[in-house]
Design a protein around this ligand. Structure first.
Ligand code: SF4
Ligand code: SF4
Length: 263
């Protein structure tokens, strides 16, 4: 009997599709991936759908509607391994800014007839709904890390993605620290590595698109930002971007929310 190829499914929830495009952008590796796997469901790449159980599901996007909340349960039941990809899927994405406001206010601005919109009050990470086998961070994800994660799940090993901060990647590249040398606020010390320290390599501060690293000390970093002249409102905004609902960034932004509460 012929050896069955592992079945891959790629799912989309609330997102911009950028992380799925990272997979399609793996020009050098895509043929090898397609050869090693049976791509059973991937609407961004093919109209075909093979139903059944999937060996590996990659999930992009956050849960923002009642339908999403039901669909992810079904996907989990039919996936042997489930990996979430990107800031939307791992932290609710930029759309989680609704979690700090009343979503009806946003709906009224965006839609002519908001009464027809069925939406949840929050945008949440997939792991808040179902068990997740691995979370790959980034907005968008790094395609090298994605290939490593797929190969890890094919061969039964743990993914080899670094847990350190962007700062470590700056040191490895020999970058001059933008905070120390240029007084530019930079989230690199608390942000997950994965981008190769892209922004600091161009003399810009990191704005945290790879989300919080393990054990980040955001309150300490905020103290340094204050010394550079960032005010409370500015501190709140720094942590409220693509990973606003990731717990360490959420907590730190809420610590600087006092002025809002005082009106
Ligand atoms: S994480 Fe970023 S790139 Fe990926 S789907 Fe969400 S918004 Fe798009
Ligand atoms: S914002 Fe930070 S994590 Fe994102 S690409 Fe720039 S340096 Fe990397």
């Amino acid at each position: 009997m012929a050896h069955r190829k592992p079945r891959l499914a790629v799912w989309k929830f609330a997102s911009c599709d950028g992380c799925q495009l990272s997979l399609l952008d793996c020009e050098d590796e895509l043929l090898a991936i397609a050869g090693a796997l049976e791509i059973s469901y991937f609407p961004e790449a093919t109209r075909g759908e093979a139903r059944g159980v999937y060996d590996l599901s990659l999930v992009e996007g956050s849960v923002t509607t009642p339908h999403d909340a039901e669909r992810i349960q079904d996907i989990r039941r039919r996936s042997k391994k489930l990996v979430t990809i990107g800031a939307c899927a791992t932290a609710g994405g930029i759309q989680a800014l609704r979690n700090f406001a009343d979503v009806r206010d946003y709906a009224a601005i965006v839609y002519a007839h908001p009464e027809y919109i069925q939406t949840l009050a929050t945008s949440t990470a997939i792991s808040q709904h179902v068990p997740v086998d691995f979370e790959l961070r980034g907005c968008p994800i790094n395609k090298g890390q994605l290939v490593d994660v797929i190969s890890a799940f094919l061969t039964g090993r743990r993914p080899n993605t670094p847990a350190e901060s962007v700062c470590v990647q700056c040191k490895l590249k020999g970058n001059v620290c933008v905070m120390v040398a240029r007084a530019i606020p930079c989230l690199g010390p608390v942000t997950h590595a994965g981008c190769g320290a892209l922004c600091p390599s161009y003399d810009r501060g990191c704005y945290g698109c790879f989300g919080p690293k393990e054990t980040p000390n955001a309150p300490s970093l905020s103290g340094w930002f204050k010394r550079l002249g960032v005010d409370e409102k500015g501190l709140q905004r720094i942590y409220r971007t693509f990973n606003a609902d990731a717990e360490p960034f959420r907590q730190e932004s809420e610590r600087h929310d006092a002025q809002d509460h005082q009106g």
